[in-house]
Design a protein around this ligand. Structure first.
Ligand code: GRF
Length: 206
């Protein structure tokens, strides 16, 4: 399964994919990594792993590249690379409907909540504030509406009394590091075929 990964931050989810790919535990080929942040540690991880890595972050005057310019260059790269799936792993820019429509393959996104609940940002603090008993993360199909595409897989944990937003984020991230490779494994085996989505596979971890 050829994958292109879009990142913005530390890249811990990317690192899990790199490690499992290199250990022969996950049948994926990371054919390229694109970051919208020049100094994201994810870029270092990708380069250290010898992966094709492209940073699309700033224009000559040093300002952050506009989303239109970012999307134009990204489309060029994806059209050249021809991945089977694009993985948004800690990618923190909202992509336009036009862009999503033009990407030559399905895109999936990791979101730190049990979708369809808690779309958007600051999910851990919001879950705590609401007194939820459960929390977790989801991998879903990227569509024009933010965090609203078909949920493919989810990992669930019980919120503990002494949890803080930070402790939740850390515990959820451990689930993310299981969920992303699990989802890609299902896709590489054809169990999950985004072009013929009859049902979503579910994965529960406490
Ligand atoms: C993930 O925990 C995800 O929930 C959120 O951003 C974080 C990215 O982590 N979207 P990393 O960049 O993969 O370490």
């Amino acid at each position: 399964l050829k994958i292109a990964v879009l990142v913005s931050g530390s890249g811990s989810n990317l690192q899990v994919l790199i490690d499992q790919m290199q250990a022969g535990k996950l049948n994926v080929d990371i054919i390229g990594v694109i970051s919208n942040v020049a100094d994201a540690y994810a870029v270092t991880r990708a380069k250290n792993a010898g992966l094709r890595t492209v940073v699309l972050s700033h224009v000559p005057n040093g300002k952050r590249m506009g989303i239109k310019t970012f999307e134009k260059h990204t489309l060029e790269l994806l059209s050249e690379w021809q991945p089977d799936v694009v993985v948004l792993a800690g990618f923190m820019r909202v992509l336009s409907a036009e862009f999503i429509a033009q990407v030559p393959c399905p895109m999936i996104n990791l979101h730190p909540s049990l979708l369809p609940n808690y779309k958007g940002l600051d999910t851990h603090a919001r879950v705590l504030a609401a007194g939820e008993a459960q929390h977790g993360c989801s991998v879903h199909v990227v569509t024009a509406e933010l965090d609203a595409g078909q949920v493919l897989t989810q990992a669930v944990l019980a919120v503990r009394h002494h949890d803080t937003a930070q402790s939740l984020q850390q515990r959820v991230q451990k689930l993310e590091h299981q969920l992303v490779p699990f989802t890609l494994e299902l896709m590489s085996k054809g169990v999950l075929d985004l072009n013929h989505l009859q049902q979503s596979a579910n994965f529960v971890a406490l």
